[in-house]
Structures are given as C-alpha cells and as structure tokens.
Ligand binder design. Structure first.
Ligand code: G6P
Length: 609
C-alpha cells in the first residue's frame, strides 16, 4: 500500500527519502515521487511510474536537492496508476503526500473547481492540496490553514505537507492511516512505517488518531484534533536489531521461511515454565479475567484470519470455550451478538490493517469482557488501541506473502489456548503436552525445513498448471486454505482449499490429470477419513501430492507423490504442516518466474478498506 517518508535536516534529504521509499517497497505500489524544498531553487517535484529505481533514474536527469522534503509510493485507489496521479500533488507553492482515502473528495472537488482550482490528477489527494492552498490564501497562516483543511476531510489519511513560505517546517497529520515521527539529532522525519527510517533513527513518536504536528530542525510540536498540545514519549523501535536485507537468500520470502525456528523461539521466550504457561505477560487485568471467559470471537484478515480458523479447533477442544472466527471486513458491518463474558481477539501481522482496526473499534463499543490484539508490531495502532496485547516476535516481515508471521501467530494462539485451559483447570495432561510440544517446536521446524530439496523437485510438476486443489480435515483444513492462498498469491495459479469431506459435494467434478490435488495428511484421528477422500481423487485420475506423516501408511502408486513429515504431537501439527506448503508455493513461483516478494496487485499492509 502507499508509503510516506518526509525529512527536515541540515543536509540534503534526497538520499534519506529514497532509502526510505526503498524500505517501503515491500508494501506494494505502482508509482513513486518526491518533492523537495531548498533555499535557492524553490519547490522541485519528480515523479515516475513503476519502481523507486525509475524515480532514481528520473532524478539522475533532473537532480533535486533540498533540506526539506516529502516522498511517496502510491498504490492506486482513486485514479489509475499513472505519473500524473503519483504523489506529491501540488497547489500553488505547496506539496502534499497522502495515504488513505478521502471519502468526501467528490464534493470537495466540486467546491474547489467552482473556486477556480484546476485539477491535474484523478486522485482524491489533490483536493487536499487545493483545499489547503485555499485556506492559506484566507488565513495567511499555514498551521491554521492546515487545521481548517483537516476539519473538512472525511475518511482516512496520513499526510505530509511542505510549503515554500515556511521552508523550515514539515507538517503532518494522521486519521485512520499510520504515521510516526522519527526523532534525530537536529533532524526530524515522518514515515508511514518506522522501517522506512531505521537508517537514520530508531527513536519514534507514534501519533494517535486525529493528531497533527509541525517538525523543525529543533524538534516537534504535536497537537490533538482539538488543538491541545500533546507530549508523547519517544520510544525505541523494538525490531531495530533485525536485519532488513536478504543476506544469502534469493528472496525475502525464503529468508523468512528459514527464520521460523528463531521467530518461534523468540515468540515463546519468557512464556513457558516447566509444566505450565506463564500468563503474567498478558498483564494483571487480563490474567485475572482468563478464567471468566466463556466465548471467544476472533476477527482478522487474510493469512491472519487463517490463523484464527486453526485456533478455533484448539480453543473449543482444549479450553472448552465456544469460539467463532470471522473476516474483519464482514464483522465490522454487521450487528454482532455478544454473549456474556466474550473475549474479542484480533490477529494482525502489521497491526495497521484498516478492516481489522475498524473491527476492534466497533468491538470496543460492544459488551465484550475484553479485547486482545495478537500482533507482530509493538507500536502499531491495533496494539495501542486494544485492551490486552500478546506480541509475536517474528521480526519485520518483508515478503508480501506472510510466512513467519503466520506460524508465530499460531504459536501465540496455541499458547493462549493453553493459558485458557490452565485458567479453567482443564486436564493437566493437555497443558503439559502443549508446553512440551511448544518447547520442542523450533527444533522440529528446523528439521522439516530440510525437506526443501524434495519439494523443489515436486514444484516442477506445477509448471503448466493453472488450477490446484488443497485438501485437509480438522485444523488442517485452514492449513490447506493457507497453502492455497500462498500458491495463488505468489504463483498466480488458481488454488482452492476444501475440507476433504466436501470433495464429493462439488469440487470432485473438477478433478482430472490437469488438476494437482495437494493433501495435508498428518497421522491424526481423521486420517482414515482423509484416506477415503484421497481414493476418490485417484479414482478420477487426479494427480495427488500428499504431505503426510511418516506413520500415515499411505500407499505409493502412479500419480501419487508423498512428502513425508516426522510424527508430531497433534496440537503443533498445523504449524508444522504449514512449512512444506510455504516451500511448495515458493518453488512453484520460481518455476513460474513471478515476482515472489512483491506479487502483482497485492500490498503487504492494507491500510485502506
Ligand atoms: C494483506 C497481506 C496478507 C495479510 C493481510 C492481513 O492482504 O498481503 O499477507 O495476511 O493483509 O494483514 P495483517 O497485517 O492484518 O495480518
């Protein structure tokens, strides 16, 4: 999705802005641009379609330097991807970059057109530039004009603004889209994601909804939506130690797949004792209320939603708590019935997904016992707004296709299930077994990742395929859903997942030799049922690929390939069986020659609805 970087410094900020944009590339975008102010040359703007590298090429022909600047990567919402729609947008002597969507842009555009402003783009953002220029003409004071502009905007925004008349000031604001201030020594920055600024600072101020700010070399002033002066603590970025390059790996996705043993170990750190889980990490209020929870509603999007679907099986079986799981974009717009003592759980890698955040805000107005965010980013909006938090420690995830964030979410959810079982005094064997399985998990994951060469070979058989089916049962059905999502995200093969028992209710009609069928076949209580479903596929000439437990006893025959996994304890099995599916989609994408880390049309962090 769109990204913002801005800087005010004594030095030329062009390299800082470009490096920031590079660091935001993983989020997905279609064009990039920047605007710079210097005391000699005035306001300069350079924009380019495509990658940040294209912007760099454009800058090589028309160099732009300045001590104050704003930059942007755009992911089209209003107006097709095109240079004239790329940010920054100008009006008179000012420039604006914007993330989010201005919902009343059409009426503002009409009003500004009547006032004589002409539009050079199809974006909603350009109305902000003209509206600000209009208010500035009347007020002759940029801060007041900025405030008057913000008061007229409906929708979501993170904004960066510079104006030739105030060459020492960088203005910004946030409402519904993330924005941080980066604090340097005699230099200040803004960005939509702290990652963009880690080359210049690890000190951040996280703006809250409705805040606006003015940055100068000397520091920053922050105000609330009703213009009250605010003083926020400066926080050190927690993932600063993580490496943000690919190292020896060809893609971030592969690096992140192989980081899973460490990410899982980090997520479990300080949370396990000998025969129990340590719940103090949730904070005293949450810890004291665990035993009261009678229902759980889980709300999330994309891969995080799949993590919730797996957790439902665990929570209902092991903690005896009723659990429902829903995508946030549906949940937020319906009337939800909330039984007494229900916990709302949101799951998000980024903590900035617009629908998940809106779902949390909606839930906070309902009668929930508490709201818990399971999230990978400590300073994110979701974490700050939820009542309770449980952080995963996956480190920054750059590949658009989520891998280590998913498995660490599952680890956090299995830990939560165990904490609930413990609080409800369920059978101690469940708790002991989960603690043991979690403790051994990083080693097991390491072992399963060694299956890569066999999976790489197998990926060749997908070369000419356009469709694939994924089958699973029980908690491995959502694992199959996640496998199908990974394959379609990065290899563009149409893939669907079915609960294996549903096969004969429709999808079996699709099965022939051109339809690879991938099954997730651990050695659990549903294995015999699954075997019958696989026979149904074989009988119709379908090519079967089984990721199966070495003890499953599946027979090898023509058209059937097995990749064998070690026997694992039931609870952690969905986590372990996710790994070969990640590797399969990665290697199929290599065979297909797609852009693995930045698949077309997708964004890492979906900060608009
Ligand atoms: C986007 C990403 C997915 C992710 C989903 C939810 O669609 O491409 O990988 O699962 O958003 O993101 P979140 O950050 O809330 O987990």
């Amino acid at each position: 999705m769109c990204g913002i970087v801005g800087a005010v410094a004594l030095r030329n900020v062009t390299p800082i802005l470009l490096e920031g944009l590079h660091r935001l590339e993983y989020r997905g975008y279609d064009s990039a641009g920047l605007a710079l102010l210097n005391r000699q040359g005035g306001l300069q703007r350079v924009r380019a379609m495509g990658k940040v590298a294209e912007l760099e090429k454009a800058l090589a022909t028309s160099p732009a330097k300045g001590h104050l600047g704003i930059a942007h990567t755009r992911w089209a919402t209003h107006g097709k991807p095109a240079e004239h729609n790329a940010h920054p947008h100008l009006s008179e002597r000012l420039a604006v970059v914007h993330n989010g969507i201005i919902e009343n842009h059409a009426s503002l555009r009409r009003k500004l057109t009547e006032l004589g402003y002409s539009f050079n783009s199809d974006t909603d953002t350009e109305v902000i530039a003209h509206l600000l220029a209009h208010h500035y003409q009347h007020k002759q004071d940029l801060l007041s004009a900025f405030r008057a502009t913000l008061n007229e905007l409906h929708g979501a925004y993170a904004l960066g603004v510079i104006h030739q008349d105030e060459p020492d000031n960088l203005y910004c604001a946030r409402m519904g889209s993330p924005l941080v201030i980066g604090v340097g020594s005699e230099e200040q920055f803004i960005a939509s994601d702290p990652l963009a600024l880690l080359q210049v600072t690890d000190q951040f101020i996280y703006l809250e909804e409705g805040d606006h700010a003015r940055l100068t070399l000397a520091g920053h002033e922050v105000w609330s939506s009703n213009n009250q002066v605010l003083s926020y603590p400066v926080k050190r970025y927690e993932h600063a130690a993580h490496s943000l390059d690919k190292g020896e790996y060809r893609h971030f996705m592969l690096k992140e797949i192989f980081e899973q043993p460490k990410a899982i170990a980090d997520t479990l750190e300080g949370k396990l004792a000998d025969n129990q889980v340590l719940t103090a990490i949730l904070g005293p209020e949450a810890e004291n209320r665990l035993a009261d929870i009678q229902n759980i509603h889980i709300v999330a999007c994309g891969t995080s939603y799949h993590a919730g679907l797996v957790a439902r099986y665990w929570i209902e079986e092991q903690a005896g708590i009723a659990c429902q799981v829903e995508v946030a974009s549906e949940y937020r717009y319906r009337t939800v019935s909330v039984p007494a003592n229900t916990l709302l759980v949101t799951i998000s890698q980024s903590g900035e997904t617009a629908d998940t955040l809106a779902a949390l805000r909606y839930a906070k107005k309902q009668n929930y016992l508490g709201t818990l965010a399971i999230c990978n980013v400590a300073g994110s909006s979701l974490v700050r707004e939820a009542g309770w938090r449980l952080l995963t420690q996956a480190g920054p995830e750059i590949g658009v296709a989520s891998t280590k964030a998913f498995t660490t979410q599952l680890v956090a959810l299995l830990w939560l299930t165990t904490a609930l079982a413990q609080a409800k005094q369920r059978a101690p064997e469940i708790i002991n077994a989960n603690v043991r399985a979690l403790r051994n998990l990083p080693g097991l994951v390491e072992q399963v990742l060694q299956l890569e060469p066999g999976i790489e070979q197998l990926a060749q058989s997908f070369a000419g395929k356009h469709h694939a089916l994924f089958l699973g049962r029980g908690p491995h059905y959502p694992v199959a859903m996640e496998g199908a999502l990974k394959l379609k995200e990065i290899s563009y093969i149409h893939a669907e997942a079915y609960a294996a028992g549903e096969l004969k209710h429709g999808p079996l009609a699709l099965v022939d030799e051109d339809m690879p069928v991938v099954s997730v076949a651990p050695s659990d209580s549903l294995l015999e049922k699954l075997k019958s479903n696989l026979e149904e596929v074989r009988a119709r000439g379908g090519q079967l690929i089984n990721f199966a437990c070495e003890r499953a006893g599946l027979e090898t025959s023509e058209g059937v390939t097995h990749i064998e996994l070690p026997w694992v304890y039931d609870s952690v099995s969905p986590i372990v069986y996710t790994l070969p599916l990640q590797l399969l989609s990665y290697h199929v994408a290599l065979v297909k020659g797609t852009d693995v880390d930045k698949p077309r049309n997708l964004a890492k962090s979906v900060t608009v609805e």
